[in-house]
Write a protein that binds this ligand. Structure first.
Ligand SMILES: [Zn+2]
Length: 253
């Protein structure tokens, strides 16, 4: 694992939604999340927030570690995932949508996705005070690749400032996640300008040696409702995900 590091990508952790609910697959039950953490822990792995994972990504530190990320900033991360993280002594990064703090995932509404609460500032502070990290997932969760550079800069830079004004976190907001995993070269320029240390995509794969030079386009390993523990181990410990990796088209040499 010191060579290839999986960064797990979660969304919601809560009791399952009724059958037929759009995007139901992105809700992992608290029991399944606990089993996944327990399985990796039993094998000697430690789950880390992006802030804590950084020295491993750069190669300054080596060890059996994996990243834990939650997209969108759901209140159920605090309610259902935090007790599990606490039990195992793991840290995780929750990427919040700065203009939707304390509101709902309205960007998903057109697709019929159930509207559920996102953490408010007080809840994000509780998350941070429990040793966890808040990262940025833009201001409004728009597809950055459809925006011009000024609009992208606003989403990427202002979200960092806004979150830094809402919560008190050592070192401030340092890590970013692209909504829908969508980005172009201009997004990358803005993320760099904003001073983020890492940025995660939805490109499948574990972080390999070659990714150390590209900390602003990191691949991740999706964990969904249907991911069994056996499947998770396959994704984390073998080249299963790496073989399914499709890099961002505009990054290809
Ligand atoms: Zn998202």
């Amino acid at each position: 694992m010191s060579v290839s590091i999986p960064i797990l990508m979660y969304h919601q952790v809560d009791e399952p939604m009724p059958r037929g609910t759009p995007m139901r697959g992105l809700v992992v039950s608290p029991a399944a999340f606990a089993r996944q953490m327990s399985t990796l822990r039993a094998l000697g792995f430690r789950g880390l927030a992006m802030r804590d994972l950084l020295p491993y990504l750069t190669g300054q530190k080596t060890g059996s570690v994996f990243g834990i990320t939650f997209d969108d900033g759901y209140e159920n991360n605090l309610r259902c995932a935090l007790p599990v993280l606490h039990r195992f002594g793991f840290t995780a990064t929750c990427y919040a949508v700065a203009d939707r703090v304390g509101e709902r995932n309205d960007w998903d509404q057109a697709h019929g996705v159930p509207q559920v609460p996102l953490m408010n500032a007080k809840q994000m502070q509780t998350w941070i005070d429990a040793g966890q990290e808040i990262g940025s997932h833009t201001l409004t969760h728009r597809d950055l690749s459809t925006l011009d550079i000024e609009q992208q800069r606003h989403e990427i830079v202002a979200s960092r400032h806004k979150l830094n004004g809402l919560v008190c976190q050592a070192g401030g907001v340092r890590n970013f996640c692209y909504p829908y995993g969508a980005l172009n070269h201009q997004s990358l320029v803005c993320v760099q300008e904003a001073g983020y240390e890492t940025a995660t995509t939805t490109v499948r794969g574990r972080v390999g040696i070659a990714d150390r030079r590209n900390l602003l386009t990191l691949p991740r390993v999706l964990v969904s409702r249907s991911t069994t523990c056996a499947h998770l181990l396959l994704k984390c410990l073998t080249a299963y995900e790496d073989r399914r990796r499709v890099d961002l088209a505009w990054r290809k040499p």
